[in-house]
Design a protein around this ligand. Structure first.
Ligand SMILES: [Zn+2]
Length: 321
């Protein structure tokens, strides 16, 4: 017994010096970071994903080749294959579909411990470890950005499920989605959906100040500009955000009724529009979910923001690497 104890102490002491490489491979940016075992990001770089994401990933990883790194965690935007070696579907980075990402990174780095997870799942794990999820055993994380993603933590563990919340059907015969379905939540409540509807409105001649705020170029409209205009009294912008919020609220009501989580943690750029978009979603969810379940869920913002995926990926590498 005493021998075992000494061995354990040695392992703990060794772990203090462990660093892992964390990667967040998203549709817009690729982020790579060195993360300590305490979850502190020591160094971080970011590059646009562009049209050759694997080349960029290789270059970024090469910059971080250090002898003390012994595992790599990768958070990727897409639906993972069963073996968790890559994604079979990634609407925003279709060039990596079907590629054995784990083998690619192993070959490039010579590091065999490579763990891959969906980016929103990784963000949920990050929040559970060091963010807004620390106080909750059961929660659902939603990423609200260009698209909508999800991750589920149950009994303090990341549920090994796809959790593609953005692709739950909200409108039975709705618009066509890149995933192959029609009427998906993210076609009505995501940043891209809000911008698409703004552009349609401007083109159709709707009376809105959005027309003049982008030097006459409707394609320059962003969710941030729409929010700014909405706060400044533009009725069309306000209605766009409330409408998206109502669809989000339908999705949240479904999540509450299915998972009865203690918390729903909202991450991503659209949470910056909390006062109109998220408030409307909460109102809608309250109308639709079981009262008892709604009353026992906290709907709160994430604490890790953009770093959630990286920190979750690091956690995976530390646990499973
Ligand atoms: Zn879809």
């Amino acid at each position: 017994m005493p021998v075992k104890k000494v061995q354990r102490e040695v392992q703990t002491s060794d772990m203090r010096h462990t660093s892992v490489l964390a990667v967040d491979l998203g549709g817009t940016n690729i982020r790579v970071a060195i993360v300590g075992e305490d979850g502190v990001i020591k160094e971080k770089v970011k590059e646009s994903t562009g049209s050759a994401p694997l080349k960029i990933l290789k270059d970024l990883i090469d910059n971080f080749h250090r002898p003390d790194i012994n595992a790599i965690g990768i958070a990727v935007a897409g639906v993972l294959n069963n073996a968790k070696t890559g994604v079979f579907k990634s609407p925003n980075i279709s060039s990596i579909e079907g590629i054995d990402l784990r083998e690619f990174v192993r070959k490039e780095t010579g590091i065999s411990k490579v763990v891959i997870e969906n980016d929103a799942n990784a963000a949920a794990l990050g929040e559970a470890w060091l963010g807004a999820g620390r106080e909750y055993k059961h929660f659902v994380l939603m990423t609200l950005g260009t698209g909508i993603g999800g991750g589920v933590v149950c009994n303090s563990m990341l549920a090994p499920i796809a959790a593609e919340i953005g692709h739950m059907t909200i409108v039975a015969n709705g618009d066509a989605c890149l995933c192959g379905n029609v009427g998906c939540l993210e076609l009505y409540a995501s940043g891209r959906a809000i911008v698409d509807r703004a552009i349609q409105g401007i083109m159709a001649g709707t009376d809105t100040r959005l027309r003049s705020c982008c030097e006459g170029n409707a394609y320059k409209v962003s969710p941030e500009i729409i929010y700014e205009m909405a706060l400044d009294g533009d009725a069309f912008s306000r209605e766009l955000l409330k409408d998206a919020g109502r669809y989000l609220g339908i999705g949240i009501a479904n999540i509450i009724n299915i998972f009865s989580p203690q918390a729903i943690i909202l991450a991503g750029g659209l949470t910056g529009m909390w006062n109109i978009y998220v408030q409307e979603a909460i109102k809608e969810a309250q109308k639709r979910a079981f009262k008892e379940l709604f009353d026992s869920v906290k709907i709160i913002p994430s604490q890790l923001g953009d770093d959630g995926g990286l920190i979750g990926a690091a956690r995976l590498a530390l646990i499973n690497g």
